[in-house]
Design a protein around this ligand. Structure first.
Ligand code: ZN
Length: 151
């Protein structure tokens, strides 16, 4: 168990594309555990590996319905539209509305290397999209209408 440092906007690692996980070894399992702890401590609902400085396609999400771990996640279906306010642990003090699909289906691997699919509607759909964007070097502020900014 360890808390990792969350990289902030301006750190160029947040703009890089993460690599696929080929082998789920102890380093990846430790990364998942540390990301969970780091997300909880920061009171976030999601965290992607590049946010802790690791360019691997690994995401953790907890919107209050239990921990979701995603390795190599891809969106295989999306429908509808929603426009809700988002924030990001890497961009403190800024919130903005982003257009996202209302429903998505994500395909990913779990920590045992098993492939699964999961449907996200509403907030969970937003979390899937937001975190997968991080794996591609995209931040929500690239897409958002900024609604709140602390100085
Ligand atoms: Zn984020």
């Amino acid at each position: 168990m360890a808390i990792r440092v969350i990289r902030k906007d301006g750190d160029e690692i947040l703009r890089k594309k993460s690599r696929k996980v080929e082998v789920i070894d102890d380093r990846i399992l430790t990364l998942l555990d540390d990301m969970k702890d780091t997300m909880k401590k920061a009171e976030g609902v999601g965290l992607a590996a590049p946010q802790v400085g690791v360019l691997r396609r690994v995401v953790v999400i907890d919107i209050g319905e239990g921990l979701i771990e995603l390795i190599n996640p891809v969106i295989v279906f999306e429908s509808g539209e929603q426009m809700e306010e988002e924030g990001c642990l890497s961009i403190p003090g800024i919130r903005g509305k982003v257009k996202r699909p209302e429903k998505v289906i994500v395909r990913a691997m779990n920590r045992k290397g098993e492939t699964f699919e999961m449907t996200g509607i509403g907030l969970l759909a937003i979390a899937f999209c937001h975190e997968i964007d991080h794996l591609n070097g995209i931040l929500f502020t690239d897409k958002a209408i900024i609604t709140e900014k602390d100085d």
